[in-house]
Design a protein around this ligand. Structure first.
Ligand SMILES: *[C@@H]1O[C@H](CO)[C@@H](O)[C@H](O)[C@H]1NC(C)=O
Ligand SMILES: *[C@@H]1O[C@H](CO)[C@@H](O)[C@H](O)[C@H]1NC(C)=O
Length: 890
């Protein structure tokens, strides 16, 4: 993050005023009975709040907000508790206790919200110096959220108020670290830390965090009660001191229907009950956000509710002008909240709200919010490595001051640890020599799969040396000397050491047997010998067949394929050869056509055992057809997967070539997506189809040796069973590559417009990533319901061209298929979109592997299923954007 920018534009709020007003409210509302407090306490704990009073000596319940504050002892193990100097005492415990970090460059709070990763959180940190160290010195240090710089904290000695920094952060990890980093300009300290879960909220940016800049409760009075939890479910701190030009306040005592569906930002009643309108005779409200920062992007939300009863026949109608662009018309309903936005803006925020000519009343505005978009997040350390190092830390009870926060980022501060510069970073070296480790060699060490150097020498380690060390591909240094290890040294490790691939040191382990003779003492011989005789013969026959198939691959002659005896084929698969006469009878003389492709037609068929099949007949004349036929027979004979359409048999009689497949009752995805109304695929079904298709493709790419590239992935090649299980079909263009990572230059044009990898089109260079691109387009179709080439007035628009401006605007509602009527989990939708966009960068090396995509999609599906289960998520949010609104009013 750019520190300078943050410094200029962070929100510094006079919380002391809020505190005074909270006290005021307290007296106004008199005492509350304890039962209510109990209820509140429960509500707090369940609502996804973590509230920490840093430096406090004990947990307590804050009577003003009903929030339970905890001491920080369960969240951090470093630092010292301090109290502000007497002359700075603010008479509130929260402000007066301080945790300070004179030691260590980086100290981190570890927050583990119950809702876990892939969720949106509001995080806020409070700072009040109060000369706690009697040094009377201005303090400056950095605040990090996870691995990303969040803000530069700059605290003045004279400040008699609390400064806070807040951020809305979408966490892709289960653990959120808030770290204070000493940058040499003062000792880091902190007074309080809040985390609030934001369930399925529109406060989200596509690829970063949101930094609140203005959260204005217009028309509110500073002497009025401060609006926080539990009036505000997110516990926002609203500002009253934001002034619009020439405006006056209005307010109501009547209740506002915040349960309504137009309150996606979950505004409190108290905020909506007050508003501003222009001074008499004026028709316009305007505001300029003056903290001009170049190259910043902002997100703006406007919040309205009509709080005046309007005479029958009169209307309040207005437009919004934002940085010179006009939006609207808008009208309001009595006591109904309406959020307009978010609008994404560049560099500045200037708005005016103007009554239209026919409006009888001036405009009003109840509240608005401006967020600055945070920069792109850095990826935290590879999760497997993090899990492994945490398990190691726990297993050996390693208690080092610097072993906290992310292991590799923002800079490796964990002693004994080294990381590489990959994104995400990996742990490549661990040195725990002379660290008083005892017990066995922790198996978690084997989960550090990128490790190059491991030094565990001079400890008290017992037990055997795990053989699996030999499987760590990059391990070149393994020092185990000076321990109490026993048993035999695994042969594979010795081999690696002898061949010079591994520097292995084992000296000083007195009971360790380094001879070859101590291996395998207990093995029984008979059973494995018989078993291996059998398996070798089976293996040999399989290898023979596979080898023949493979040899035939580049220059397959069908006779050699079909020339395999029936017995060999049946060993390989259950595919049966059919005669042409049988094909005629199966299809009842080619009665029902169920599909058509470049190669010929597909017919419905019935086997004698009653099974329905699809019969693809290759046109006799087409040479292309012949090639495709061969490619497909070849492939489907050797690959089998639940998400690949399976071959029942084939026919090859002279000119007559046919393939017989299992019948897919729900046709292909392309047609299915065109269907309307009741039969339409819902969001969860779409995700399931995406997962199925990804599974099939992942198998082709990573489960097959050699890997197979489909080359013609598209929605019409995704077939659906009766239960909507998806299977990939049509392997006519697919190619197998001799070795993984290999890519070929292919000269014949292939693929379908809209789905073709631009890099392949430009260079003819074909690899697995070309399929990944096509898969991305397919995902995009599933999400948006649009075809890859969208027909318009001026020819076709590619689906990515259509979607990218909407992504830029953060306008998820316009991206997702409108026929779904908003019935999906917003976070899940964002995630699906992120996955989609990750598949389609123009350069193939930037696209992920199918296994990563599959993992992400599964997470997305799980997210959707869990949110379907919790009914509260099914409340539909309708974000009304200006342009959508206009037709309703004309
Ligand atoms: C591990 O650290 C010790 C002590 O600092 C050092 O002597 C040793 O060389 C290190 N090991 C490796 C593999 O660098
Ligand atoms: C290693 O990682 C796997 C998968 O990430 C995990 O299931 C397993 O428990 C880990 N093993 C240890 C010993 O930590």
């Amino acid at each position: 993050m750019d520190g300078g920018q943050i410094l200029l534009s962070y929100t510094k709020v006079w919380v002391i005023l809020l505190l005074l007003s909270a006290t005021f409210r307290n007296s106004k509302l008199a005492a509350k009975n304890t039962e209510q407090h109990k209820k509140r306490k429960l509500a707090t704990e369940n609502s996804g709040f973590i509230s920490i009073d840093c430096g406090a000596e004990e947990d307590y319940l804050d009577r003003n907000t009903g929030i339970s504050y905890k001491t920080d002892k369960d969240f951090i193990s470093t630092g010292k508790n301090m109290i502000v100097a007497p002359e700075y005492n603010l008479q509130t415990r929260f402000k007066n206790s301080v945790r300070t970090f004179p030691e260590g460059k980086r100290n981190c709070y570890t927050l583990k919200p119950r809702q876990g990763k892939n969720q949106n959180y509001y995080v806020r940190a409070f700072f009040y110096y109060g000369n706690y160290d009697s040094k009377n010195k201005t303090q400056m240090f950095d605040l990090y959220l996870g691995v990303n710089r969040w803000a530069t904290v700059d605290i003045n000695v004279e400040d008699m108020f609390t400064t806070y920094y807040d951020i809305i952060h979408y966490s892709i990890t289960d653990t959120i670290y808030v770290c204070l980093v000493n940058t040499g300009s003062g000792v880091p300290f902190i007074n309080g830390l809040d985390l609030r879960f934001m369930n399925d909220s529109p406060y989200r940016s596509m690829n970063g965090s949101l930094l609140p800049r203005v959260q204005a409760d217009l028309g509110g009075h500073q002497t009025q009660s401060s609006t926080r939890y539990e009036d505000d479910v997110y516990d926002r701190i609203w500002q009253f001191d934001v002034n619009l030009n020439d405006s006056v306040s209005i307010s109501t005592e009547t209740n506002i229907d915040i349960q309504g569906s137009d309150n996606p930002c979950r505004l409190p009643v108290e905020v909506l009950r007050t508003a501003v309108q222009p001074r008499n005779g004026l028709n316009s409200l305007s505001y300029n956000y003056t903290r001009y920062t170049e190259n910043s992007e902002f997100l703006v939300f406007f919040h309205f509710a009509e709080i005046e009863q309007i005479a029958p026949g009169e209307i309040r109608e207005f437009t919004i002008t934002l940085n010179g662009l006009n939006y609207g018309l808008f009208t309001l309903e009595y006591l109904k909240p309406l959020t307009i936005g978010p609008y994404k803006l560049q560099d500045q925020v200037r708005f005016s709200i103007d009554a239209t000519l026919r409006s009888d009343l001036p405009p009003i505005l109840n509240a608005f919010e401006i967020f600055k978009l945070g920069p792109l997040p850095d990826s935290p350390t590879n999760q497997t490595d993090v899990d492994a190092i945490m398990a190691i830390k726990k297993a050996y009870k390693i208690d080092r001051v610097d072993w906290q926060g992310d292991p590799c980022l923002p800079f490796t501060t964990w002693s004994g640890l080294q990381c590489n510069n990959d994104n995400p970073p990996r742990i490549i070296s661990l040195n725990l020599s002379s660290s008083q480790l005892s017990g066995n060699i922790a198996l978690s060490l084997l989960n550090l799969t990128a490790i190059q150097s491991l030094d565990l020498s001079n400890n008290e380690l017992t037990g055997t040396v795990p053989e699996a060390f030999a499987q760590l591909p990059d391990l070149t240094i393994l020092y185990l000397s000076g321990n109490k290890l026993t048993g035999a040294v695994p042969r594979s490790l010795k081999e690696k050491s002898n061949s010079g691939q591994l520097q292995l040191s084992l000296e000083g382990n007195l009971d360790l047997c380094k001879m070859d003779t101590c291996e395998n003492k207990k093995r029984s011989f008979r059973v494995p010998v018989i078993a291996s005789v059998i398996s070798v013969s089976v293996l040999l026959s399989i290898i023979t067949i596979f080898w023949r198939l493979k040899r035939g691959r580049l220059n397959v002659s069908l006779s050699s394929l079909v020339g395999l005896s029936r017995k060999e084929l049946s060993l390989k698969s259950k595919n049966q050869p059919f005669t042409y006469t049988e094909i005629v009878s199966i299809t009842n003389n080619f009665q029902t056509i169920i599909g058509e492709g470049g190669f010929g037609k597909v017919y419905l068929g019935n086997l004698k055992d009653g099974r329905q099949v699809a019969v693809k007949l290759f046109s006799q004349s087409s040479r292309q057809g012949y090639k495709e036929f061969l490619a497909e027979v070849e492939l489907l004979m050797i690959v089998h997967h639940r998400n690949l359409v399976s071959l029942v048999g084939y026919c090859n009689e002279h000119e007559n070539m046919a393939l017989v497949y299992e019948y897919m009752a729900n046709g292909n995805l392309k047609e299915k997506l065109l269907e309307n109304s009741t039969n339409m695929l819902n969001w969860r079904e779409r995700l399931q189809i995406a997962v199925d298709a990804a599974q099939g493709l992942e198998y082709l790419h990573n489960g097959c040796r050699p890997p197979i590239v489909h080359r013609d992935l598209k929605s019409s090649n995704i077939l659906l069973t009766e239960n909507l299980q998806a299977k990939i079909a049509d392997f006519g263009l697919s190619k197998a590559f001799a070795t993984e990572g290999d890519s070929h230059v292919i000269t014949d044009p292939a693929g379908t417009p809209g789905y073709i990898d631009p890099e392949f089109r430009a260079s003819g260079n074909l690899n697995k990533k070309s399929d990944v691109y096509s898969f991305g387009i397919l995902l995009c179709e599933l999400i948006t319901g649009q075809p890859p080439l969208i027909r318009g007035h001026q020819g076709h628009t590619h689906i990515l061209q259509w979607v990218s401006p909407l992504v830029e605007r953060g306008d998820i509602r316009s991206i997702i298929d409108p026929r779904l009527k908003g019935e999906f989990n917003t976070n899940c939708a964002w995630k699906a979109l992120e996955i989609t966009l990750s598949c389609v960068p123009p350069t193939s090396t930037q696209r992920p592997d199918m296994s990563d995509i599959l993992g992400e999609l599964k997470e997305c599906l799980a997210m959707e299923m869990s949110s379907e289960m919790s009914m509260c998520d099914s409340v539909k949010i309708s974000l009304v954007l200006g342009t959508d609104m206009a037709p309703n009013l004309r």
